[in-house]
Structures are given as structure tokens and as C-alpha cells.
Design a protein around this ligand. Structure first.
Ligand code: 5GP
Ligand code: ZN
Length: 111
């Protein structure tokens, strides 16, 4: 998607502090961190949100969920972390390219 900021991070047009990448997804630091460690994990493929995943994305979705704990460990979050996927305007989503927030390294506020 040419006007998608996270697609531009995927193709290197917009710089980001990338901490992990593989053939299906990448993780980079949020530009406005809400925790000492605040990462965004995104698929390379443009999918707008969780609502837009289809059965054809089963492998991609599973891969991302399995990769999140690996990235968290790699970032030293052995004590735990929060994973958030805001979905749709009513869910507070601002960037419409699927992403999982990983938040950790501090004292979490109860949801
Ligand atoms: P959402 O509200 O859609 O779940 O979260 C979008 C997140 O993307 C926000 O936490 C925001 O700070 C982050 N973000 C928006 N634009 C950029 C950017 O250009 N670079 C990085 N690294 N993060 C961004
Ligand atoms: Zn995109």
C-alpha cells in the first residue's frame, strides 16, 4: 500500500529502529513509547487490522503470535510484557496496518 506508513517502514522508505526481522514480519521501536520497551510487530504483507485477516493468513497469524515471545525474550523482557492489538477506530487503532504492541520493562497499569 503506497500511502501506508508501516509498509514504508517495511520497504525502507521511512526509517525505523528495527530490532527483529524475518521473511514474514518485523519489529521496531514505537516512535512515542508508552513503556521503557515499546515495540511494534507487523507483518510485511499489508493487512489493515485483525478484522482483515482471512483464512489464507492462518500461517502468517500463527507465525506472528509465535514470534512475539521470541522478540520479547530477545529484548530482555523475561519478567513479562503486555501485548496489545488495537482494532478499528473504536479500538483506538491509528495506523491501519496490523500491528501488535509489545510493552514491558516497567510497572504495568491494570487494564
Ligand atoms: P495504534 O494506535 O494504531 O494501535 O498504534 C500506532 C502506533 O504507531 C502508535 O503507538 C504510534 O506511536 C506508532 N507510530 C506511528 N507512526 C510511527 C512511525 O512513523 N514510526 C514508528 N516507529 N512508530 C510510529
Ligand atoms: Zn501497510
Amino acid at each position: 500500500m503506497s500511502d501506508c506508513i508501516f509498509c514504508k517502514i517495511c520497504d525502507g522508505t521511512i526509517p525505523a529502529d528495527i530490532v527483529y526481522e524475518d521473511e514474514h514480519c518485523l519489529a521496531f521501536r514505537d516512535i512515542q513509547p508508552k513503556a521503557p520497551v515499546h515495540l511494534l510487530v507487523i507483518p510485511r504483507k499489508h493487512v489493515a487490522s485483525l478484522d482483515d485477516l482471512s483464512d489464507a493468513d492462518r500461517e502468517l497469524a500463527g507465525h506472528m503470535l509465535l514470534t512475539i515471545p521470541r522478540i520479547a525474550r530477545q529484548q530482555g523482557l523475561e519478567g513479562g510484557y503486555r501485548t496489545v492489538a488495537n482494532t478499528g477506530k473504536g479500538g483506538g487503532q491509528e495506523v491501519f496496518h496490523l500491528h501488535f504492541h509489545i510493552l514491558g520493562g516497567g510497572t504495568p497499569k491494570p487494564l
